[in-house]
Design a protein around this ligand. Structure first.
Ligand SMILES: [Zn+2]
Ligand SMILES: [Zn+2]
Length: 163
């Protein structure tokens, strides 16, 4: 099921697939170009990191990673680029209250699983009955969901095996 709205960024589609990082990179690049954003090598490196979204990094983690390659990069550059991509619907923000993590590989709303012990953030987008939940919300409350922020906290398999 998918709810669509004129605004692409308000689209909820649950795709049980991993997007091709190369095509995600190209899409994000095209959006930045269209916005007239400056395409510095720092920005391009950031897009590359986001298109893979390994581990759903936050801004500080992205900054630390880029600093190794670009010692003069400003944290503001990271924040500005994140804000632009978010506005364009090319980045999903996992809002954890005190901080945000980002997924540029799957820019649409999808559930995440967060391990309380190792703080790992995993995609939970292959839950098969999520559509049914959205449908029930629609039927029971006559409410059309446009945006969701679903986070489940728990303990991952690796951490359970360690203890
Ligand atoms: Zn864990
Ligand atoms: Zn994700």
């Amino acid at each position: 099921m998918c709810y669509t709205n004129d605004n692409d960024s308000l689209r909820i589609i649950i795709f049980p697939i991993m997007n091709n990082p190369l095509s995600r990179y190209e899409t994000m690049l095209a959006r930045l170009k269209a916005r007239g954003g400056r395409l510095t090598s720092q920005r391009l490196a950031l897009l590359q990191l986001l298109s893979v979204s390994q581990g759903h990094p936050n801004a500080a983690q992205l900054y630390d990673h880029l600093k190794k390659q670009f010692p003069t990069i400003a944290l503001a550059t990271v924040y500005k680029t994140l804000a632009l991509l978010k506005e364009e619907g090319e980045l999903f923000e996992i809002d954890l209250g005190s901080e945000s993590h980002y997924d540029g590989n799957k820019p649409y709303p999808h559930p995440h699983l967060i391990c309380r012990q190792c703080q790992k953030i995993m995609d939970g987008d292959e839950i098969s009955r999520l559509d049914a939940v959205l449908e029930e919300i629609h039927e029971r409350y006559d409410f059309q969901v446009l945006q969701s922020q679903l986070v489940f906290y728990g303990v991952c398999r690796e951490c359970r095996q360690k203890s």
